[in-house]
Design a binder for this molecule. Structure first.
Ligand code: ZN
Length: 122
């Protein structure tokens, strides 16, 4: 039976956004901020763990996400809904990972009780 390691990394960013896919009368069409809570899950088979003994460096992973902190998300993502932000971060984080590591999920909570998760089959 194959054993695998799972890395969970939670971080927060305080960033502004406005949605361009909603009518001008929608409350999210104007610039406003959230404390976004982001959780990433990575999986790696034990036998494929790199020589440094890490799935990925936590600092490097958080650094990738924290580039968005105290910024306007529209400068990075077109129409930055939670969904589009998940897709954007999946691409950015995916580029950091060794081939043997799977980005299994990214969950983004925009406000308490409101979140979106992007999942990948593992
Ligand atoms: Zn919002």
């Amino acid at each position: 039976m194959d054993r695998y390691l799972t890395l969970f990394c939670k971080t927060e960013i305080a960033s502004a956004h406005y949605l361009t896919g909603v009518p001008a009368t929608h409350k999210c069409s104007t610039t406003h901020g959230h404390l976004w809570k982001i959780e990433v899950r990575l999986d790696c088979l034990v036998q494929d763990l790199s020589k440094d003994g890490m799935i990925v460096d936590f600092g490097e992973l958080k650094g990738c996400i924290r580039k968005l902190d105290h910024n306007v998300l529209n400068d990075f993502v077109e129409n930055p809904t939670c969904e589009n932000l998940c897709i954007y971060l999946a691409e950015k984080i995916g580029a950091l990972l060794p081939k043997a590591v799977t980005l299994s999920s990214i969950k983004i909570e925009e406000s308490p009780g409101n979140s979106v998760q992007l999942g990948v089959e593992f």
